[in-house]
Write a new protein. Structure first.
Length: 60
Protein backbone atom coordinates (compact mmCIF):
# COMPACT_ATOMS: atom_id res chain seq x y z
CA UNK A 1 0.00 0.00 0.00
CA UNK A 2 2.84 2.39 0.74
CA UNK A 3 4.14 1.96 -2.79
CA UNK A 4 0.68 2.66 -4.22
CA UNK A 5 0.23 5.86 -2.21
CA UNK A 6 3.74 7.03 -3.12
CA UNK A 7 2.91 6.50 -6.80
CA UNK A 8 -0.42 8.29 -6.42
CA UNK A 9 1.20 11.28 -4.76
CA UNK A 10 4.12 11.45 -7.19
CA UNK A 11 2.21 10.95 -10.42
CA UNK A 12 -1.06 12.73 -9.64
CA UNK A 13 -1.43 14.79 -6.51
CA UNK A 14 1.82 16.79 -6.55
CA UNK A 15 1.21 17.85 -10.16
CA UNK A 16 -2.28 19.30 -9.74
CA UNK A 17 -4.12 22.16 -8.13
CA UNK A 18 -7.66 20.99 -7.38
CA UNK A 19 -10.44 23.54 -7.04
CA UNK A 20 -12.67 21.33 -4.87
CA UNK A 21 -12.66 18.01 -3.01
CA UNK A 22 -15.03 16.62 -5.66
CA UNK A 23 -12.53 17.46 -8.40
CA UNK A 24 -9.75 15.73 -6.44
CA UNK A 25 -11.92 12.64 -5.86
CA UNK A 26 -12.77 12.41 -9.56
CA UNK A 27 -9.10 12.69 -10.54
CA UNK A 28 -8.06 10.04 -8.02
CA UNK A 29 -10.85 7.70 -9.16
CA UNK A 30 -9.76 8.10 -12.80
CA UNK A 31 -6.10 7.55 -11.88
CA UNK A 32 -6.89 4.30 -10.09
CA UNK A 33 -9.52 2.86 -12.43
CA UNK A 34 -8.19 4.01 -15.79
CA UNK A 35 -4.43 4.30 -15.43
CA UNK A 36 -3.23 2.31 -12.40
CA UNK A 37 -5.38 -0.81 -12.85
CA UNK A 38 -5.69 -0.96 -16.64
CA UNK A 39 -2.53 0.60 -18.13
CA UNK A 40 0.35 0.75 -15.65
CA UNK A 41 2.46 -2.40 -15.60
CA UNK A 42 3.57 -3.71 -12.21
CA UNK A 43 6.85 -5.52 -11.66
CA UNK A 44 5.38 -7.73 -8.93
CA UNK A 45 2.77 -9.00 -11.43
CA UNK A 46 5.35 -10.06 -14.03
CA UNK A 47 5.02 -6.65 -15.71
CA UNK A 48 1.32 -7.01 -16.39
CA UNK A 49 -1.47 -4.65 -15.44
CA UNK A 50 -3.57 -5.64 -12.41
CA UNK A 51 -6.60 -6.10 -14.70
CA UNK A 52 -4.60 -8.29 -17.10
CA UNK A 53 -3.14 -10.34 -14.25
CA UNK A 54 -6.61 -10.91 -12.83
CA UNK A 55 -7.93 -12.07 -16.21
CA UNK A 56 -5.00 -14.46 -16.55
CA UNK A 57 -5.57 -15.85 -13.04
CA UNK A 58 -9.27 -16.48 -13.74
CA UNK A 59 -8.43 -18.27 -16.98
CA UNK A 60 -5.98 -20.64 -15.26
Amino acid sequence: MESFFATLKTELIHHADYQSPAEARAAIFEFIEVFYNRQRRHSTLCYQTPAGFERMARAA
